[in-house]
Write a protein that binds this ligand. Structure first.
Ligand SMILES: *Cc1c(COP(=O)(O)O)cnc(C)c1O
Length: 427
């Protein structure tokens, strides 16, 4: 079933580290080797062995309208005919900025970059420059891209300072990142108390999607907002995943909490590389060339990425989110029934079209340590059963499904039936 992919992987791993350009693609978390893809259309993708899958990953979020969507592709073609980059301003960058400001409640000014990592990296530099403080707080199990300051895990015991979570990250950098527990406001409060007047920013995935989907508990984000205000600290919502995904205005609109800075990525590029960070005019005016915080990019605001992204953003109306909610809730309900029928220890977490099936005895996953209790071996088996039935799921327990609005009733039935079969086999 996978002979060509295996061959392609064996070639690739000789010339690309691990054969992949981003580690999760290597399928290590599901004890396997990667599948190589060649095309996609709507809800489906095809690998180089000509297997077809219903795609429940959507390139980790961007493909809210599915693969090879005509309007997006047309827009890219149209713009590409005029040239691909000028290294100088284009009007479509302002159209993009206006659109983002329209959609995301807290943003008054916005700067485009080329990835989510660049967005979060730039946002914390800005927060540090604006507040003239060095420390930041992040949460265990949250992911903000691969910048050094975020590859930090909690120190042990009484130590509040972070420790490098990757070789090559220096202890000096790790010292400037403090790590709190998601959904635990006391853990944040404690860090503020121990580091009075030193914390520039708190950065959080308001809906955590990088330890599997973990929702914020009622009031957690509100309490965070209050703590940040009391301590003269900026609150950064990393909405690279949740932005434009859970609603037009992202998690901040859904939960009614206003961050000082927002980082965006994934959907914003419509499948091409783009990211953004934005906030109030007052804070954003600290970015160069108006302000003292330097940040730049040769391909920032690239016209093709703007064309693809803007084409998608322009068509994100209420109907899209209604449709996604219907599709996703049907799948959730179907899987929940299957869990009841089979008695497998599992539960599903969902916000809109983001969801995760956790293989855990816990009823609800609320933080990183809950997530670490999951049975990843069971997930790995489940992943392969589903794959054989033509359903492409995230190749890790700790990632979300991202559904597109191209998933039709037939796909939904197929997903639910395959899920039942797979859960039965796990017993
Ligand atoms: C994907 C992701 C990033 C990193 O974005 P890249 O484009 O992969 O650099 C940052 N933050 C969150 C919440 C993400 O999900």
């Amino acid at each position: 079933m996978f002979s060509k992919s295996i061959e392609a992987y064996n070639k690739a791993k000789k010339i690309i580290p691990g054969g992949v350009n981003s580690p999760v693609r290597a399928f290590r978390s599901v004890n396997s080797t990667p599948i190589f893809f060649k095309s996609g259309k709507g809800s489906k993708m095809n690998d180089i062995d000509d297997n077809e899958y219903i795609d429940c990953v959507g390139s980790w979020g961007p493909l809210i309208f599915g693969h090879a969507e005509k309007a997006t592709i047309d827009s890219i073609i149209e713009y590409s005919k005029r040239g691909t980059t000028y290294g100088a301003p284009t009007e479509i960058e302002s159209l993009m900025a206006s659109k983002i400001i329209d959609m995301v409640p807290s943003i008054e000014k916005v700067r485009m970059v080329s990835s989510g990592t660049e967005a979060t990296m730039s946002a914390i530099r800005l927060a540090r420059g604006y507040k003239r403080k060095d420390l930041i707080i992040k949460f265990s199990g949250n992911y903000h891209g691969h910048f050094d300051s975020f590859l930090i895990r909690a120190g042990s015991g009484a130590m509040t300072l972070g420790k490098p979570d990757s070789q090559g990250v220096t202890d000096n950098i790790a010292r400037d990142t403090l790590v709190a527990d998601f959904n635990n406001i006391d853990s944040v409060n404690e860090l503020f108390k121990k580091n009075k007047n030193k914390i520039a920013a708190v950065i959080i995935e308001p809906i955590a999607g990088n330890m599997g989907l973990v929702k914020p508990n009622k009031n957690f984000l509100n309490e965070l907002r209050v703590l940040c205000d009391e301590n003269d600290t900026l609150l950064i919502f990393d909405e690279v995943m949740s932005g434009f995904r859970v609603s037009k205005g992202g998690a901040q609109e859904l939960y009614g909490v206003k961050p000082d800075l927002t980082t965006l990525g994934k959907i914003i590029g419509g499948g091409l590389p783009a990211g953004a960070y934005g906030g109030s005019q007052e804070v954003m005016d600290h970015v160069a060339p108006d302000g003292p915080v330097y940040q730049a990019g040769t391909l920032s605001g690239n016209p093709l990425a703007m064309a693809a992204g803007l084409s998608v953003l322009n068509r994100l109306d209420d109907q899209v989110y209604k449709d996604l909610e219907i599709i996703s809730s049907k799948i959730e309900n179907g899987i929940n029934k299957n869990i009841d029928k089979t008695g497998v220890s599992a539960n599903i977490a969902r916000v809109g079209s983001m969801m995760t099936l956790f293989f855990s005895k816990k009823q609800k996953i609320e933080n990183f340590s809950d997530a670490q209790d999951c049975n990843t071996e069971l997930y790995s088996k489940y992943f392969h059963y589903m794959l054989k039935r033509g359903i492409y799921l995230p190749p890790s327990q700790y990632e979300c499904m991202f559904l597109s609005n191209k998933i039709d009733q037939k796909d939904i039935n197929n997903i639910i039936e395959s899920n039942l079969d797979s859960l039965k086999k796990l017993n």
